[in-house]
Design a protein around this ligand. Structure first.
Ligand code: NZQ
Ligand code: ZN
Length: 388
C-alpha cells in the first residue's frame, strides 16, 4: 500500500551529448554574478572549464572562481565559500563536478546568509532554512550521488569526527542540472565503480524496508536491473555511451525522492558508511561497499521475504523448490559476485580502518528505525568486525 505523499521535483534536467547548450537557456534567468565551484582540477584537464567560462562570458556574466572543492567537502571549505558568495553578492552558484561539488554548492547556498554557524544549524541540529537561499545549477561530471536532482548535502567536520548529510526541501534542489554522459568517461575506474555501488546502495536503502506491496519497489527493481546490466558493460568499456547514459539516468532516479514515495526506507548502511568516511576520508561509495554485505546478512532474517524477492526479481534466481531463506542467501551471493565483478572494495581494511577506530566509528553512527531491524551499538560493532 502506498502511504500518503506529496511529490514535486523542481530541477530542470538537460540530458545528452548536447546538454551543455541548456546553460544558454538557463543563464538569462539569473543576475550577473556567478560563483563557479569545482574540484581539484579534472574539469580543467578535460577542457570543460574553458567551455563553461566561454558560455558564461558570452552571456555577460561576472565569474567568481571557487576551485578546490574536495571529495567529502569540509566545513572549513564551506565557510570559505559563504564568505566569497556574500562578499560578491552572488546570484547563482554553478557547480561543475561530482556529488561533492554539487553538495557543497547547496551548502553554500543555504549558509551564505545564515546568521548562525551553518554546521550547527543545518548539520548538527538539522533545522530548516529560514534565510535567503542562493540558487544552484549543476553540470555533473561524476555519477552516483543523485545530488543533481535532490536536496541532499553532506559535509564533513574532521575536528568533530562527523560526516553528516542534511536533506533540504525542494527550495534547495538545483534549479537545473546538465547531464552529459560523455563527461563521465574520464572518471578514474576506482571512482566510477564507487559511484556504481553508491547508486545500488541508494536503491537498496529504499527497497529493503516495509513488507507491503507498493509501486515504488517495482520501480526500484527496474532501476537495479538496468544498473547491473550497464555497469558490467561500463567496467569493460568506460566509453560505451549506451551504458554510461543508462547509468547516469539510473543514478538520478535512484535518489531524486521518487522511489521512496509512499513507503518506509532504511539508510543504515549510509549511516555506517558516513561514520567510516568521517574517520578515514575514504571514497563514499567504497565505504558503503565495505559494510553492505555484513549489514544485510545481519538483518536478513528480519525481512526475509523481501530478500527472497530481491533474489528472484533483481538477480533472476530460480525460486523452484527453494525456501525464502535459501533464496535470500542466493540473492546476497549474487550481489557479492556483482561487486567483485565491477571491482569495488570488499573490506574496511582496504579503506585503512583498524580496530582502534571502532569507537569513533560507533560514536559517529546514527541508529535509524526504518529498516528491518533497529541496530544496537553492539550489532554495528559486529558488522564492522565482519567487514574487516
Ligand atoms: O576534484 P576533481 O579533480 O574534479 O576530481 C574528482 C574527485 O576527486 C573526480 N572526478 C569527478 N568527475 C570527474 C573526475 N575525474 C575525472 N573526470 C571526471 N569527469 O572524482 C572524485 C570524486 O568526486 P566526488 O564529487 O567526491 O564523488 P561523488 O559524486 O561520489 O560525491 C561524493 C560526495 O557526495 C556525498 C558523499 O557523502 C560524498 O561527500 N553524497 C551526497 C548525496 C546526496 N546529495 O544526496 C547522497 C550520497 O549518498 C552521498 O552521501
Ligand atoms: Zn550514497
Amino acid at each position: 500500500m502506498l502511504g500518503d505523499f506529496v511529490y514535486s521535483n523542481p530541477t530542470r534536467l538537460y540530458f545528452g551529448e548536447n546538454a551543455l547548450t541548456g546553460l544558454n537557456q538557463e543563464l538569462p534567468n539569473y543576475g550577473k554574478n556567478i560563483l563557479l565551484t569545482y574540484g581539484g582540477g579534472s574539469v580543467k584537464k578535460s577542457g570543460l572549464y574553458d567551455q563553461i567560462v566561454k558560455i558564461l562570458k558570452d552571456n555577460g556574466k561576472n565569474i567568481i572562481d571557487l576551485p578546490g572543492v574536495m571529495a567529502n567537502p569540509t566545513v572549513e571549505k564551506l565557510y570559505e565559500g559563504c564568505k566569497l558568495a556574500k562578499e560578491n553578492n552572488v546570484d547563482l552558484i554553478l557547480a561543475v563536478g561530482g556529488g561533492s561539488v554539487c553538495d557543497y554548492s547547496k551548502a553554500v547556498s543555504v549558509s551564505a546568509y545564515c546568521d548562525e554557524d551553518p554546521w550547527d544549524k543545518y548539520f548538527l541540529r538539522m533545522e530548516d532554512v529560514n534565510n535567503k537561499i542562493i540558487p544552484v545549477g549543476c553540470v555533473l561530471t561524476m555519477v552516483g550521488t543523485g545530488s543533481e536532482m535532490n536536496g541532499g548535502s553532506v559535509i564533513t567536520n574532521h575536528a568533530q569526527k562527523l560526516k553528516i548529510g542534511h536533506v533540504f526541501g525542494d527550495n534547495v534542489f538545483p534549479k537545473f542540472s546538465i547531464l552529459n554522459p560523455v563527461y563521465t568517461f574520464t572518471v578514474p575506474k576506482y571512482q566510477m565503480v564507487a559511484g556504481f555501488f553508491d547508486i545500488m546502495s541508494h536503491i537498496m536503502e529504499q527497497y529493503f524496508s516495509g513488507t507491503d506491496d507498493n509501486t515504488s519497489d517495482y520501480i526500484a527493481e527496474g532501476l537495479m536491473k538496468s544498473l547491473i546490466a550497464s555497469s558490467k558493460i561500463a567496467v569493460k568499456n568506460p566509453e560505451d555511451y549506451e551504458a554510461r547514459s543508462n547509468i547516469m539516468w539510473t543514478a538520478t532516479w535512484a535518489l531524486n525522492t521518487l522511489i521512496a514515495k509512499g513507503k518506509t526506507t532504511d539508510w543504515e548502511v549510509h549511516m555506517i558508511g558516513q561514520a567510516v568516511g568521517a574517520i578515514t576520508n575514504a571514497t563514499h561509495g567504497m565505504t558503503l561497499a565495505a559494510v553492505s554485505l555484513a549489514y544485510y546478512r545481519k538483518i536478513m532474517n528480519y525481512g526475509m521475504k523481501k530478500f527472497a524477492r530481491f533474489a528472484v526479481n533483481v538477480w533472476g534466481v530460480n525460486p523452484a523448490g527453494k525456501s525464502d531463506s535459501q533464496l535470500a542467501d542466493e540473492g546476497l551471493k549474487a550481489l557479492e559476485a556483482w561487486m567483485k565483478e565491477i571491482g569495488v572494495v570488499m573490506s574496511l581494511k582496504e579503506l585503512g580502518v583498524n580496530e582502534n577506530m571502532y569507537d569513533s566509528i560507533l560514536d559517529g553512527t546514527f541508529l535509524l528505525e526504518g529498516g528491518y531491524k533497529k541496530l544496537t551499538r553492539e550489532e554495528v560493532l559486529d558488522i564492522l568486525k565482519a567487514s574487516m
